[in-house]
Design a protein around this ligand. Structure first.
Ligand code: ZN
Length: 178
């Protein structure tokens, strides 16, 4: 799934983690993609037949979620903040599990079209190396425009939850002082 879909979960999670800044929540929602880029540069991981076991494997995603949960719980001295951030990190894997594999690769602004690759096999490893790969393949069965619309829709919902939370926080139940 793309960043908009992932960010929508972070926006919707804000009421559950009031102590954690929105930026941290947004980062948590896409941290597996950040790791994928970092591991790619470091030569640890490369998209291809092996999938992305270190950033997007089920096993390592659980590890990263647990690490994030412990780290954030410590920083904010708040057990709940840690749990929310850990779940947020893991939500990335769940959304990718539903949407992957993603056959469209790049968007051409000139032709206003996505370029499609070949239909892909499942690409999310359970463990490492030769372990089975999973993915329900939603984005394999809908068009890129439908996927984009879906992610915008999710983002608007997430933003609505966030906006409602901010609005209620600002409304202390008494008229604002002049
Ligand atoms: Zn991802």
């Amino acid at each position: 799934m793309g960043p908009l879909g992932h960010f929508s979960v972070a926006l919707a999670a804000k009421p559950a983690a009031p102590k954690v800044p929105l930026g941290v929540l947004l980062l948590a929602a896409v941290i597996l993609d950040v790791l994928a880029v970092a591991f790619g540069f470091a030569g640890i991981e490369r998209a291809g037949s092996a999938g992305l076991p270190w950033s997007h494997g089920l096993f390592m995603s659980i590890i990263w979620s647990a690490v994030a949960a412990l780290f954030l719980a410590r920083i904010y001295r708040d057990y709940r903040a840690g749990v929310v951030v850990g779940l947020l990190v893991f939500s990335h894997w769940v959304l990718d599990f539903i949407s992957h594999p993603i056959p469209f690769s790049s968007f051409s602004w000139r032709s206003w079209q996505w370029s499609y690759g070949h239909p892909l096999p499942s690409d999310l490893p359970l463990l490492f190396g030769d372990s089975p790969k999973v993915g329900l393949g939603l984005y394999n069965s809908i068009s890129a425009m439908e996927a984009t619309a879906l992610e915008f829709g999710m983002f608007i919902l997430g933003a609505a939850v966030y906006a409602r939370y901010i609005f209620q926080k600002r409304k202390p139940g008494r008229p604002p002082s002049a």
